[in-house]
Design a binder for this molecule. Structure first.
Ligand code: SAH
Ligand code: SF4
Ligand code: F3S
Length: 436
């Protein structure tokens, strides 16, 4: 029996898919090379903007064909769109056998059994399922041998006015430190060198556990023997405090990289988004980060064309990009999401203007990214090689998350190696491995 999982959306979904692969493998399923030969197809969906919603429906249209040759194949839909609109999807695609929400993943074995008996297996709970920690017992099945995601907090309490996530993922629930450390220990024993702690808002970690702080989690993970690098995503500017920044600077394994979404530069728009900070607050955090961690590589998310955004508002965002000089910016056009407060606002920024602002901003950022990369020319950096191409080229990342290509021995895979950068391209670098 074989399974195939198609994943849309963010790292949370990627990690959930890795868990579902773990569950399916523990039931005896093997991964299928292609969806057409699978006995179980799972589509793990995202609903953060309208585009991903549409992609899901077209993927389902394709997967439907699996039943021609294999009528007993099971097609399941899960993830954020399933949580938000599972019954709607079922109406549009009645051939689906299984629909489950974001907090019901641990029930996959039971749901699959129902579906295989020919029944529609549906489980979408409004409330968080208290048993979701049962997920702890399953391993994750990862594509990357040396770096691994570890979910540390689920859900989000922020309720930014444009965002669907709090409705698809529920309230914040931090995983217990002991459970996280056990998972990290297991991963390290499995060969993992780099642990990437993830959550919609990791900097809120521990608020629901009483007295645990996010920086204490960082310390605890760093103390697991064998953890050589730590990253975390996403931090919220409001919850990122000086203690956390100090811990980032003090803990040798925490990489000099941070994704800190600003969304907009204009205070008026930030207020309408209910982000809980001003441009000045945000820039002060950036200043603190650069003070403690001078080499830090920063990245951010931007929304262009929020309802009521004017050209002057947009220019404030441009101003921040020019001041911070991010290494990477993920910019999107605002997309109204059903049920969110912003979807009720009528003063939409004109479509064609927002599109132009977005492409101008992306082009400007491309230059900044390239200029930042040029600073790496002739520098010696630490690279964790993760993959070998067919032509023998090794591919890895610096602590600052830059992609580096090099030629060297196979047994450098999974090792932290010093590389001297000799070529800087727009999106990657090449270098020579310095052997000890
Ligand atoms: N928890 C993270 C973001 C999760 S969603 C944070 O708070 O930063 C990932 C990104 O999608 C967001 O940072 C935002 O830039 C974008 N996004 C979310 N809702 C959106 C919407 N309605 N329209 C356009 N972009 C959106
Ligand atoms: Fe969405 Fe805001 Fe929560 Fe991020 S912090 S997931 S943008 S509500
Ligand atoms: Fe998408 Fe859900 Fe992540 S909406 S961005 S998959 S939390």
């Amino acid at each position: 029996m074989k399974y195939y999982i198609r994943t849309f959306g963010c790292q949370m979904n990627v990690n959930d898919s890795e868990k579902m692969a773990g569950i399916l493998q523990s039931l005896g399923y093997k991964p299928a090379e292609d969806w057409s030969e699978a006995d179980v197809i799972l589509v793990n969906t995202c609903s953060v903007r309208e585009k991903p919603d549409q992609k899901v429906l077209s993927a389902l249209g394709e997967f439907k064909k699996v039943k021609k040759n294999n009528p007993s194949a099971v097609i399941g839909v899960c993830g954020c769109l399933a949580q938000r609109a599972g019954y709607e999807i079922l109406q549009k695609a009645p051939f689906i056998d299984m629909v489950f929400g974001t907090t019901n993943i641990h029930n996959l074995p039971k749901l699959l059994q129902q579906a295989k008996l020919g029944n529609k297996a549906i489980e979408i709970l409004e409330e968080i399922d208290e048993n979701e920690n049962l997920l702890n017992q399953y391993p994750t099945v990862r594509e990357n041998k040396y770096t691994a995601y570890v979910t540390v907090i689920r859900g989000c309490d922020k309720k930014c006015t444009y965002c669907i996530v709090p409705y698809t993922r529920g309230k914040e629930r931090s995983r217990r430190i002991g459970d996280i450390l056990r998972e990290v220990q297991f991963l390290v024993e499995d060969g993992v060198k780099e642990v990437h702690l993830i959550g919609q808002n990791v900097t809120a970690y521990g608020k629901d556990l009483g007295d645990v702080k996010f920086w204490e989690l960082l310390v605890a993970v760093a103390n697991v023997k064998g953890v050589e690098r730590i990253r975390f995503t996403t931090g919220h500017p409001k919850d990122l405090d000086e203690d956390t920044i100090k811990a980032m600077a003090d803990i040798p394994q925490v990489c000099e990289a941070l994704h800190l979404p600003i969304q907009a530069g204009s205070d008026r728009i930030l207020k309408a988004m209910d982000r809980g900070y001003t441009q000045r607050d945000y820039l002060q955090k950036i200043e603190l980060l650069k003070k403690y961690i001078p080499d830090i590589a920063l990245s951010t998310d931007i929304i262009v064309g929020f309802p009521g955004e004017t050209y002057d508002d947009y220019l404030e965002t441009v101003r921040v990009l020019k001041e911070v000089r991010y290494d990477q910016v993920f910019a999107f056009k605002y997309s109204p999401r059903p049920g969110t407060p912003a979807a009720l606002l009528t003063s939409i920024a004109p479509e064609e203007k927002a599109s132009r602002w977005l492409s101008d901003l992306i082009n400007m950022q491309k230059e900044i990214t390239f200029e930042n990369n040029l600073k790496y020319q002739d520098r010696v950096v630490e690279v964790l090689f993760e993959e070998k191409k067919e032509d023998g080229q090794l591919v890895g990342r610096t602590r600052t998350n830059k992609l580096v290509y090099s030629y060297g021995r196979d047994n450098l895979l999974g090792e932290l190696v010093e590389v001297k950068i000799n070529t800087v391209n727009r999106f990657s670098m090449e270098g020579i491995i310095l052997e000890a």
